[in-house]
Write a protein that binds this ligand. Structure first.
Ligand code: AMP
Length: 550
């Protein structure tokens, strides 16, 4: 028997039309040099239609990728809706990537048009001669245009505002196949070339609904969300699309991502929610400690992208901001798990034990753990293995390039099609995930695994430690041992022996690092996570001044 329900495709254009009418008075606010600039959802809808007309005028057709090299701002939100709604593919470009990787990505996707923030033109201009597919650059917002003069012969440069001005404010959005490509995002490529994940309209739609679930971010039109997580980092965790379903006001920081302007934005614009990776929050915490502000509006903070140190959570709790830890990856759209304690948790201690996990799997994400010999491990809260997931917003392959077949490398996809996350962890019987490490970061010491994240979390609980990163280094006796690299807070007086003694009281003795070093800051990846690859290379080159403490 067939179901008798209507087969209406799940399209991003429907989210746009819904948001810009039903929630037409909700706002997208962009932080600028001259203060906040506000547009309503209704205006955003009209301008998205204008942008779609303009892109069609430049020859963009269904299935064409359109690159965006932009900060989080109102124009970028318009691109988020116009490009997929017209049937083209939104290709967000990470403006913090090294130039060679950025060129690889644009060439692999064969972008014909790039919309770029004016302030990132100095990055784009020298690259243009190496981007043969690019025919048009559309420049948005402030920034010196002259840097483009002479860069890339044959590339036509347009002003965003001039290009959309006077165009019709409505667009007959095509009735697309919901499985068609909507957005393309490349992984940050910690090993090998970046790999492209192609989200479909259907996956974005379903993921947006998940973001909006009460057990997920659960925001409504009463909320304002400060979207610090970049729009080029897994579609800003799905927020711009999800918020247009529910009318959440968006507060976009543009390029003002330093702790001081973020604190000012929170004080003056009074967002209720914010989302970012832990390193951003660490910086904001230092700022708020040095120069207290009224941040009382901000009651919910989503932290993900890397393990959130419990000490950071505690510090934010003390400021009245409740941190909600979440896990995901480019391949998972990204929302996988969100750590909201279950109803059965009794008392603060039990709640806390749930909050510091990576979170609970929603109905749309199936999970399993695989042991070193390929065996399935139980959800018993004890057995640690590699996490594999599947679901309607989980990647089943990587983009194979124009005309190429989708790629399913065996280290990324199981034979039966599940995504192999490369994350190692355990799952409780009630579906809460605790990650112990990335498979490649775990310290394999004499047949036992030491979680680098667990050591980092304990070290960062020391009041004088600003940041700590632990890497595996070769050891003659044990194969590998942990090296603790520590960043001390300004004016700290603690020495390494004291930190070692502090750690000794908190972890098993055999896990205690013998090798220690103080560094100025932990190197970060293009999306603000600890870059342990760089630390490993520095160690291998003998650049770290390592002290041995027994
Ligand atoms: P990306 O695709 O660049 O967002 O990276 C995804 C990876 O970030 C995951 O596979 C995890 O290793 C890591 N990650 C994301 N969220 C968390 C979290 N809450 N705790 C620990 N690791 C995380």
């Amino acid at each position: 028997m067939q179901g008798t329900m209507q087969d209406v495709p799940l399209l991003i254009s429907r989210i746009l039309v819904h948001g810009s009418t039903v929630h037409g008075r909700s706002t997208v606010t962009t932080w600028t040099d001259e203060g906040p600039v506000r547009r309503t959802y209704a205006e955003t809808g009209a301008r998205s239609a204008q942008l779609a007309h303009a892109l069609r005028g430049l020859g963009v057709a269904e299935g064409d990728p359109v690159g965006t090299l932009m900060w989080n701002n109102g124009d970028h939100v318009e691109a988020y809706f116009a490009i997929p709604s017209m049937g083209a593919v939104l290709h967000t470009l990470n403006l913090r990537l090294p130039a060679t990787q950025l060129a690889f990505i644009v060439n692999h996707a064969a972008d014909r048009v790039i919309i770029a923030s004016g302030t990132v033109l100095p990055l784009l201009a020298p690259l243009l001669p190496k981007l043969p597919s690019v025919e048009h650059v559309v420049v948005s917002g402030p920034g010196d245009r002259s840097v483009l003069a002479g860069a890339g012969s044959g590339v036509r440069v347009h002003e965003y505002e001039e290009l959309i001005a006077g165009r019709p404010t409505a667009y007959e959005w095509p009735e697309l196949d919901e499985r068609a490509a909507a957005a393309l995002c490349y992984t940050s490529g910690t090993t090998g070339d970046p790999k492209g994940v192609v989200y479909s309209h259907r996956s974005v739609y379903l993921h947006s609904m998940q973001v909006n679930m009460a057990q997920s971010m659960g925001l409504t039109d009463h909320d304002t969300s400060l979207v610090v997580v970049p729009q080029f980092h897994v579609n800003a965790w799905g927020l711009p699309h999800a918020t247009f379903m529910t009318g959440v006001n968006l507060l976009m920081p543009d390029r003002f991502l330093q702790p001081a302007p973020l604190a000012e934005m929170i004080e003056t614009e009074r967002p209720t929610h914010a989302a970012a990776v832990p390193t951003i929050w660490q910086g904001l915490l230092t700022e708020l400690t040095a120069r207290p502000r009224d941040v009382s509006s901000l009651t919910q903070v989503t932290i993900g992208g890397a393990a959130c140190p419990p000490a950071l959570m505690e510090a934010f709790d003390a400021l009245g901001m409740r941190v909600c830890h979440a896990w995901g990856m480019t391949e998972t759209s990204p929302l996988g798990t969100v750590a909201r304690p279950p109803a059965q948790a009794r008392g603060a201690e039990e709640e806390w034990a749930y909050r510091v996990t990576q979170g609970r799997f929603p109905a749309g994400v199936e999970a399993r753990l695989t042991g070193p010999d390929g065996e399935r491990l139980p959800w018993d809260g004890k057995s640690a293995g590699e996490l594999e997931v599947r679901g309607p917003w989980i990647a089943g392959a990587y983009y194979g390039g124009a005309g190429g077949e989708p790629q399913r490398p065996a280290d990324k996809f199981s034979e039966d099609g599940w995504l192999r996350t490369g994350d190692v962890g355990l799952i409780s019987p009630d579906g809460f995930l605790t990650l112990t490490d990335r498979a490649k970061d775990v310290v394999k010491s004499g047949g036992e695994w030491i979680s680098s994240v667990a050591l980092e979390n304990e070290l960062m609980a020391h009041p004088e430690v600003a940041e700590a990163a632990v890497i595996a280094v070769p050891d003659e006796k044990w194969g590998e041992r942990p090296l603790a690299t520590v960043v001390l807070k300004e004016g700290a007086s603690a020495g390494l022996p004291e930190l070692r003694a502090f750690l000794a009281g908190r972890i098993a003795k055999w896990q205690l690092p013998e090798r220690w070093t103080v560094i100025e800051s932990v190197p970060k990846t293009s999306v603000g996570k600890f870059d342990k690859k760089v630390l490993r290379a520095r160690y291998a080159e003998g650049e770290l001044d390592v002290t041995r403490l027994q």
